[in-house]
Design a protein around this ligand. Structure first.
Ligand SMILES: [Zn+2]
Length: 407
């Protein structure tokens, strides 16, 4: 239990202009410290009985408040560490029928230089600490006993595009450097006072851009009866390579799941042969529908259309299970680890990311082409889908009614 003495004794002093804790200095006058308030010499009392503390060497009325000293030490510590936490951040923007949000996780801000508000002189105009890296400035307010008053917060916000507050209000009046340091490392203690992030502008632009074309585009896609082929060249070589793996794929299917290569270990041609095997045909028999133009075919520039479209259809296009774009997206992120790094920032009101949207477009087209069944939802983007073919034999028969893309 802290005694009254522990709460009121002087634990922090100045040496050579820097704040020091009693634990960081030598015993006695050798500490070389002066009082923060009156600038008079202090002696460090580090005996065996009482809690270590500083005392004025001469008779004085000076009685610095531990809260002020600790607050000041905390500010200095932030400046010395050259480090703050930028809290997690979320912005929203809306336009027409589309709502979007972007999230930025909490991150550590490493500064190159720091400035500490030196005196209580015009405290309303200067942040407690100003950290800077290049031209980027981050204003930091330390909430110890007094929350940043709204007027000051408003002034700081007017002056600094990025301002944060760190909440140390639950620490004891004479908190130790260690306690303060640990508290500063906790992201939950930090919040934004102001964040004029460029994320807002970017997000609004994105929303404006997609809200206009989105609805008409869905209508257009829903009527795409024949698959569009945007690429100049069909993926002939990829199909041939897949064809070369047909026998291998049949063997793979006969192996027990413990012995065989995992999906992740397979080469693209092997994956293609497996997808086709599930669909009851071989790569050269694939119709254009499973390599069709969906925003240029590639899945966010990571996976060629031939691979992801056959994967999607082999996994979801046969059987009885109803599914939505989000189900497909979730599975795709597991199947294609390269997509994991693409945390699309933009999410539309439907909860779609860019990846889900791409799948949705593809599914709409397949439905228009008679390869999936579409179930109307309350909104265009809440439609779900189910397979037309219930078995491997049915899907093979269905696909073979369509001309092969490559012959
Ligand atoms: Zn003093």
């Amino acid at each position: 239990m802290p005694t009254d003495f522990e709460n009121t004794s002087i634990q922090y002093a100045l040496r050579e202009g820097r704040m020091r804790h009693i634990s960081e200095v030598e015993h006695g006058l050798a500490c070389g410290c002066v009082c923060v308030e009156c600038q008079q010499p202090l002696i460090a009392r580090k005996g065996a009985i009482r809690q270590h503390h500083f005392a004025h060497t001469a008779e004085t009325n000076c009685n610095p408040s531990p809260e002020n000293l600790t607050h000041r030490y905390a500010k200095n510590l932030i400046a010395t560490r050259l480090r703050a936490i930028e809290p997690a951040f979320e912005v929203r923007a809306t336009a027409a029928e589309v709502e979007a949000w972007a999230r930025q996780p909490a991150s550590t801000f490493e500064a190159q230089k720091a400035e500490v508000e030196s005196l209580a002189f015009m405290p309303d105009f200067k942040p407690d600490v100003l950290l800077q890296r290049g031209t980027f400035k981050l204003a930091v307010e330390v909430y110890f006993r007094h929350r940043v008053p709204p007027e000051k917060a408003a002034r700081i916000a007017g002056r600094y595009a990025h301002a944060v507050e760190v909440d140390l209000s639950d620490l004891p009046a004479n908190a130790s450097p260690n306690e303060i340091s640990q508290a500063l490392d906790s992201p939950l203690r930090w919040k934004w006072l102001n964040n004029r992030s460029e994320l807002f502008g970017k997000l609004q632009q994105q929303v404006d851009r997609c809200s206009k074309p989105y609805i008409p585009k869905l209508k257009e896609l829903a009527s795409r009866k024949t698959p569009a082929n945007y690429s100049f060249q069909l993926p002939r070589q990829k199909v041939q390579e897949g064809q070369g793996k047909v026998k291998w794929a049949e063997g793979w299917r006969r192996q027990s799941s413990e012995d065989r290569k995992t999906y992740a270990e397979m080469a693209p041609a092997e994956k293609l042969a497996i997808h086709c095997s599930y669909l009851g045909l071989t790569p050269v028999e694939l119709p254009l529908n499973l390599m069709q133009g969906v925003r240029g075919q590639s899945l966010l520039g990571r996976v060629h259309g031939l691979y992801w479209q056959t994967w999607m259809f082999a996994r979801w296009g046969v059987g009885v299970k109803t599914f939505g774009a989000l189900d497909v997206e979730r599975a795709a992120r597991q199947t294609y680890p390269e997509l994991a790094s693409v945390r699309a920032t933009l999410q539309t009101a439907n909860g779609f990311s860019e990846t889900a949207e791409l799948f949705y477009e593809f599914m709409l087209q397949l439905a228009a082409q008679g390869l999936l069944e579409q179930h109307k939802g309350p909104r265009a983007w809440l439609h779900t889908f189910s397979p037309v073919a219930k078995s491997r034999a049915e899907v093979a028969a269905l696909l073979k009614t369509l001309p092969p893309a490559i012959s």
